[in-house]
Design a protein around this ligand. Structure first.
Ligand code: PAF
Length: 284
């Protein structure tokens, strides 16, 4: 496995792969890798000739400087894990390598067709502009046949599908298939997240109520309306000391707009567990 830190070195590798007709699978990450990321990488290794993993804590998608500073970073550990599961290249650039000073300080404009106006987009203005900025650049640099993303960040995934299917950016990175990968959970049900590292053992215990309540809501959905289930999830979790729900919205899986039926619906939640902001979701 080779670690690459410059765009030019990455493009040289990609050019050589294309000349040999090798397929490329890209797994974009921000590092602090866990078994959820590992499942994406293993799949990319299996389904492509070459697997490239990017490890880049993208500053332009953080609207909270403190969150950016606190984001866990451990490239040595990440590289060991990636090597052990068969990744071929790790692309780990500095922010200065990825962006000019101007790009770093201006909002990347993109037509989201409204997908950025709800849930995470509403709570973290500009977040998805940064995500699209970095992901489109990674697609441009690596020209992958397949890009792998986790369903835990469901809204991000919907936006990336939109970017690839309908946006003018699509022309800059060629034909590309986005592979949706299911949420990986601990045996306890807790969705794996790099942010879990920031929770104490007690907070982790408290956080178990989140997935438990989401799973219970599948039962509730058999005899209650969408609004009732939504409110019951919020009330149940807010009653747990140490948890505070930021939003729970049951929306259509494609438009991300509120829905009054459970057909093709997904419930997306953000909960503060102490100081740590956790997200999760459940399909009905
Ligand atoms: O999901 C993430 O880790 C990030 O948003 C991504 C897709 C790697 C872009 O920085």
């Amino acid at each position: 496995m080779q670690i690459i830190t410059t765009k030019s070195a990455l493009q040289a590798v990609v050019k050589a792969c294309k000349q040999e007709n090798k397929t490329i699978g890209l797994v974009p990450t921000m590092g602090a890798l866990h078994n959820g990321h590992a499942s994406l990488v293993k799949r990319a290794v299996e389904e492509n000739d070459i697997c490239i993993v990017s490890v880049f804590v993208n500053p332009t998608q953080f609207n909270n400087k403190e969150d950016l500073a606190k984001y866990p970073r451990n490239i040595e550990r990440d590289a060991k894990l990636l090597e052990s599961i068969g990744a071929d290249y790790v692309f780990a650039p500095t922010p200065e390598e990825m962006y000019s000073a101007e790009e770093m300080n201006t909002t990347f404009e993109f037509d989201f067709a409204g997908l950025d106006k709800v849930m995470e987009g509403k709570m973290r203005p500009g977040h998805f502009n940064g995500v699209v900025q970095v992901v489109s650049r990674l697609f441009y640099l690596t020209q992958p046949d397949k890009g792998y993303f986790g369903e835990k960040d469901f809204q991000q995934l919907a936006i990336i599908h939109h970017m690839v299917e309908r946006s003018s950016l699509a022309g800059t990175f060629g034909p590309l298939q986005i592979i949706d990968c299911p949420i990986v959970r601990e045996d306890s049900g807790l969705a794996l997240s790099s942010r879990n590292e920031r929770m104490s053992a007690e907070e982790k215990q408290t956080a178990l109520a989140i997935s438990k309540t989401l799973f219970k809501s599948l039962e509730w959905a058999k005899s209650a309306s969408v609004t009732e289930v939504q409110q019951r999830v919020i009330d149940t979790l807010n009653a747990v000391p140490g948890l505070e729900v930021e939003y729970y919205e049951i929306v259509d899986q494609t438009t991300l707009l509120p829905t009054d039926t459970f057909n093709h619906a997904i419930g997306c939640i953000t909960v503060y567990c102490g100081p740590v902001r956790l997200i999760d979701n459940i399909k009905y």
